[in-house]
Design a protein around this ligand. Structure first.
Ligand code: MEV
Length: 418
């Protein structure tokens, strides 16, 4: 199996990088071309949404170094923000020294909600729904025989009474195994189909019939040991533990902590053509279940190394929707070497943990601005005309001088050349 450790990847030209990825993922000439030209053809875009006038692009990068459950991955990320790809790659490199990431997944189960109102006796209605569980499940499954044949479909029913500003309501949950789809279509179809039956059973009136993005039965988890010597020593471990404690105690900090996690996850969600709003909604609502809390945890093991974990709902698919119709999303899955929703969610959890670790390490040490300034300086150096061999030197000198300006870059280049 090829390694995802590609030293100096960031220094290569776009063409050289494409060649490297091509070796790793065995891309065809056609696929390589797609990366250089417009990935999403206008005819396809025009069929995806309404009133299309063009396509809208984002930078598409690759995070290196990921070792997840013993397998090497190159991670495609679509994102506008500088430093995210570099930070993920760097964190993954450090995690490798502790054996990489280990992951877990709770299954492809989504929840479809059916809201029942106007009940005189809501607890009796709840009882009747549960008593008629089999009939409701059967009707739900008649909507999607293909899914059922694949071993998926509606597996269970839950019924909850909630207190609302309009009084008590019954909320019925369909628990659906959606296999490798994100699942919204399958679940929403089932929820709409069983609504009349639920009205018959309860004597109430059904209003909403829709998936819940708080996908508590579709949790992805990852864990990594960051060896203290690989991450900068005891002081860095202590700094990250303090950063974690801060997020744990303060929702203002926690929002940014979790945002950093989603920098990584959403970039992969977008690159694979999945619904990033659904994953974001799931992540933050899960974080808020017991008061708004970090999606990651950190602890120090007996050797003094830092151990990070992450747990969040990740509802993504490898079939259906944009994952299938957007050729770039297909290419991302090929680069990842992934066919199943489960493996994709596991990888995303590892990326989220890596991204969070990288942010906390930077924040607890030199701050994040240095990384940003380095990229800025690199851009300025290139714009000032620095050649491939001169760029590193120009960047270093500008950073040292604390002056990242076009005139300064030109001066350095002139001096180097004379
Ligand atoms: C910036 O996009 C993300 C960070 O703010 C995350 C964090 O503060 O943990 C650096």
């Amino acid at each position: 199996m090829p390694s995802s450790r590609i030293p100096g990847f960031y220094k290569m030209s776009v063409h050289e990088r494409i060649e490297k990825i091509s070796e790793f993922a065995e891309l065809t000439e056609e696929e390589k071309k797609m990366l250089l030209e417009k990935g999403l053809p206008l005819e396809i875009a025009d069929r995806m949404i309404e009133n299309v006038i063009g396509t809208f692009e984002l930078p598409f990068g690759i995070a290196t170094n990921f070792l997840i459950d013993g397998k090497d991955y190159l991670i495609p990320m679509a994102i506008e923000e500088a430093s995210v790809v570099a930070a993920a790659s760097n964190a993954a490199k450090m995690a490798r020294e502790g054996g990489g990431f280990t992951t877990d997944y709770s299954g492809n189960l989504m929840i479809g909600q059916i809201q029942v109102v106007g009940l005189k006796d809501p607890y009796s209605a709840k009882f009747e729904v549960l008593r008629n569980r089999e009939e409701i499940i059967k009707l739900a499954n008649e909507q999607d025989p293909i899914l059922v044949n694949l071993g998926g479909g509606c597996k269970d029913i839950e019924a909850r009474i909630i207190e609302s500003i309009k009084g008590k309501m019954l909320v019925v949950h369909l628990i659906v195994d959606v296999k490798d789809a994100m699942g919204a279509n399958a679940v929403n179809t089932m929820a709409e189909a069983v609504a009349p039956l639920i009205e018959d059973i309860t004597g109430g009136r059904v209003y909403l019939r829709i998936i819940s993005n708080l996908a508590v039965y579709r949790l992805a988890r990852a864990r990594a040991v960051f060896k203290k010597d690989a991450i900068g020593g005891e002081d860095v471990v202590e700094g990250i533990m303090n950063a974690y404690a801060f997020a744990e105690a303060d929702p203002f900090r926690c929002a940014t902590h979790n945002k950093g996690i989603m920098n990584g996850i959403s970039a992969v969600v977008i690159a694979t053509g999945n619904d990033f709003r659904a994953v974001e909604a799931g992540a933050h609502s899960y974080a808020a279940l017991r008061g708004y809390k970090p999606l990651t945890t950190y602890e120090v093991n007996k050797d003094g190394d830092l151990v990070g974990t992450i747990e969040l709902p990740i509802a993504v698919g490898t079939i259906g929707g944009a994952t299938k119709v957007n050729p770039l999303a297909q290419l991302s899955l090929k680069i990842l070497g992934i066919n199943t929703a489960e493996e994709l969610a596991r990888v995303m959890a590892a990326v989220g943990l890596a991204q969070n670790f990288a942010a906390l390490r930077a924040l607890a040490t030199e701050g994040i601005q240095r990384g940003h300034m380095e990229l800025h300086a690199r851009n300025i150096a290139i714009m000032a005309g620095a050649s491939k061999d001169e760029v590193d030197q120009v960047v270093e000198e500008m950073l040292k001088a604390g002056k990242i300006r076009m005139d300064v870059a030109k001066e350095i280049i002139e001096r180097l050349r004379s």
